[in-house]
Design a protein around this ligand. Structure first.
Ligand code: ADP
Ligand code: MG
Length: 703
């Protein structure tokens, strides 16, 4: 008989687990005994020795022993039970906010206790809030712990003691039953020494670290036992994305052959020639889409590197093959700008462009939808309105998503699914090729794990004749100097942006702030024509302002961060950003990317108000020192960590339990190779690995 494995044994087989507890455990994602084994401690405390009360330090975990001298219910903002406990070296307060009458009665003067808890500074000096405790009596001397004590992630209604007991039971079962080792030796070799730990031993150590285990390594997550599990977890995540890729690539995509005549015709009417980097990426895309395997490609390129025209080249190829192409942008302004560009570029080739955003309504909307369905519009441009049910295509061959960082992985998948259904490929026809463009350069290591399902191209060159934007950082007290500078620049025919920012996520407040700033600037700069654009304007109003700015009728554009992505007005060469200290690096970089697009030298003024945080000033310093988006992204990662850099939506998909993308970045290249090996040679391990680490929700492949 095959040995039973722990993933098949329910938690209800453990002592003391009835339906009620089982349902609480479910909330923690714990169904099987194996799940419990992978429910690892958040941290550890040392309960192997008693600390004299006189010697306890705030902010530490301690074990103390003593006798209760006083016990009172105190009424304050919150009712609490306060006990004073004493040993030969001193007195300390225990404070309980939740207590019942029985507890209150037993915790009376004269009782001897051993308590475990975290020492804090409270109202009466040092206090232990809600310590765990046990009663001491000479007949029954309680043993001290022999190993470090784990603290587990818990949920309401399950105490640490309970979870510890369950995990101890699970560990016992580990001696009798098996836990599947899912990493074959070939894969372990790929990972090197980190994986020399066997899975059993790693789990045993982490639930029950023997005395002398390096606590500092454990607390940093750098113990080899943790690293071994972290590697496995990262492999599982990688696999889930590769699986997704595999699923997609089993579909048939239309073969889009290179049509040199159409592409040449397109290139000839451009006012510039493509850079070597653009041509290289165009080639990579051409290769991908001329096969029946759906393309899944990410194009990274710094702001202003010219991604749009690369996307247009791909669209031309799709359309020349009789298919439709769709481009989705994250904002109305950007979508509108793409529409203008594509219209201008594609009309000479006889291509009709449809446009769909949330704001296109009524008859106009119907017409656009119809042109998409009957195929008379070969090129479709829009915002996330394109996700909507009512939207369908005649024969979609290519979908392009611009500024990916604004969208989560799920949205990306949803658009992909517009062309087909991954679970039922026949039902919806061929899968479109997919191109994703991002202006937020993602550090290579991060890209490797967050976008393991995508191939990657980089446009690593800016069009010629661009001079890097010069950046200065100024205290807001020097605002008047800055206003003089705007006047000087605009009166010689240049244009400028003045960006108003607020930290509150409020369109209304931000719009108000921008209005106030605009009228204030108009008073001080009566000779200039000043425009105002913010998120509260109607799309048509927004457009009118943007067009007036583009045509030069407006000298100075006061704006909120709605202009963050994509806006392209090459004659604008000066940008002022207010409260720059509050913005993140990638946002600052995006905003600054609006200038430096023409041939004249450009400037960016970052205004700040003192006092300013350490991180804030670190960010401004980086902005002053470099305009290289990749360098900025690396720094961003250092300051904010991967969760923030990728955006919550993306990391929401990544939910790592043990691994930490930043700490474990060094192993990502090996992880990638290991995942590829597994997929190639050990198919049968793949699903169990994904299930073990990404859980029962099976959400990983869902769009
Ligand atoms: P991004 O990569 O930030 O999306 P865009 O595609 O908006 O950049 O291009 C920025 C500007 O550079 C646009 O005005 C575009 O027309 C122009 N551009 C693109 N490629 C070239 C090139 N090879 N030479 C000169 N200008 C270019
Ligand atoms: Mg762009």
């Amino acid at each position: 008989m095959a040995p039973q494995t722990l993933d098949k044994i329910s938690v209800t087989s453990l002592h003391g687990v009835g339906p009620q507890l089982a349902s609480k455990l479910k909330k923690l994602g714990l169904y099987s005994v194996q799940d419990l084994l992978f429910h690892l401690p958040l941290r550890y405390i040392d309960r192997t020795q008693v600390t004299p009360i006189g010697g306890i330090q705030p902010m530490s975990d301690v074990v103390i022993e003593g006798e209760i001298r006083a016990s009172d219910v105190v009424f304050g903002r919150r009712r609490s039970l306060v006990c004073r406990i004493q040993d030969s070296t001193g007195v300390v307060t225990l404070r309980f906010f939740h207590f019942n009458r029985a507890q209150q009665e037993r915790l009376k003067p004269g009782t001897r206790l051993r308590c475990f808890g975290e020492v804090r500074r409270g109202k009466s000096g040092v206090e232990l809030y809600h310590p765990e405790y046990q009663y001491l009596d000479s007949a029954n001397p309680a043993q001290l712990e022999e190993t470090l004590t784990p603290i587990y992630p818990a949920t309401e209604g399950i105490t640490q003691t309970r979870i510890r007991d369950l995990c101890a039971q699970a560990l016992k079962q580990l001696q009798e039953y098996q836990i599947a080792e899912l990493l074959p030796n070939e894969v372990k070799t790929e990972l090197g020494h980190e994986l020399s730990y066997s899975l059993d031993n790693a789990l045993r150590l982490l639930h029950n670290p023997p005395p002398g285990t390096a606590l500092h390594l454990l607390s940093e997550g750098e113990h080899p036992a943790q690293q071994r599990l972290a590697a496995e977890e990262l492999i599982a995540h990688n696999l889930s994305l590769l699986r997704l890729r595999q699923k997609v690539q089993q579909q048939q995509a239309p073969v889009l052959m290179r049509d040199k005549t159409a592409q040449d015709k397109f290139l000839q009417q451009l006012p510039f020639t493509l850079t070597a980097a653009q041509l290289r990426v165009v080639d990579e895309i051409n290769q991908d889409i001329s096969t029946a395997i759906p393309m899944l490609r990410l194009v990274q390129g710094d702001v202003g590197s010219g991604k749009t025209v690369v996307a247009a080249m791909a669209a031309v190829q799709a359309i020349a093959n009789g298919k439709q192409a769709v481009l989705m942008a994250p904002t109305e302004i950007l979508a509108e700008q793409h529409r203008i560009n594509f219209d201008q570029w594609l009309r000479p080739l006889g291509i009709r462009v449809a446009f769909l955003t949330g704001k296109v309504k009524g008859k106009a909307r119907e017409m656009q939808l119809e042109a998409m369905v009957d195929g008379s519009a070969q090129m479709v441009i829009g915002t996330h309105a394109l996700f909507q049910e009512a939207v369908s295509f005649h024969d979609l061959g290519l979908s392009i998503i611009d500024e990916q960082h604004r969208f989560g992985v799920h949205q990306r998948l949803a658009l992909r699914n517009k062309g087909f259904n991954p679970d039922n490929p026949v039902a919806m026809g061929p899968a479109p090729h997919q191109l994703i463009m991002t202006a937020t350069p993602i550090p290579r290591t991060l890209a490797m794990s967050a976008y393991a399902d995508l191939d990657c191209s980089v446009i690593d060159e800016l069009p010629p004749g661009r001079t890097p934007v010069e950046t200065v950082v100024l205290n807001n007290l020097r605002r008047n100097d800055v206003i003089d500078r705007v006047r000087a620049s605009c009166t010689v025919g240049r244009q400028a942006y003045w960006v108003c920012t607020l930290i509150e996520e409020s369109d209304v407040l931000e719009a108000q702030a921008a209005e106030v700033t605009a009228s204030e600037l108009q008073l001080m700069l009566p000779e200039l024509s000043i425009g105002l654009v913010h998120g509260r304007l109607k799309p048509r109003e927004k457009l009118e302002v943007m067009n007036a700015f583009k045509s030069g009728d407006i000298n100075l554009l006061v704006a909120t961060t709605v202009i963050e992505v994509g806006v392209d007005v090459p004659n604008a060469s000066l940008m002022i950003i207010e409260n720059a200290e509050r913005l993140g690096l990638s946002q600052l970089h995006q905003l600054r990317g609006r200038v430096g697009r023409g041939s004249q030298s450009s400037h960016c003024v970052l205004l700040y108000s003192a006092p300013i945080s350490n991180n804030g000033s670190a960010r401004l310093k980086i902005m002053r020192e470099t305009t290289d988006g990749f360098k900025i992204a690396e720094k961003d990662l250092e300051i904010r960590g991967p969760g923030e850099v990728l955006g919550t939506r993306q990391t929401g998909d990544m939910q790592l339990h043990i691994a930490d993308l930043q700490r474990d970045a060094h192993m990502l290249p090996q992880v990638k190779r290991a995942a590829e090996k597994l997929l190639l040679n050990h198919q049968q391990k793949v699903d169990p690995l994904i299930a073990r680490w990404l859980g029962h929700a099976e959400q990983y492949a869902q769009a």
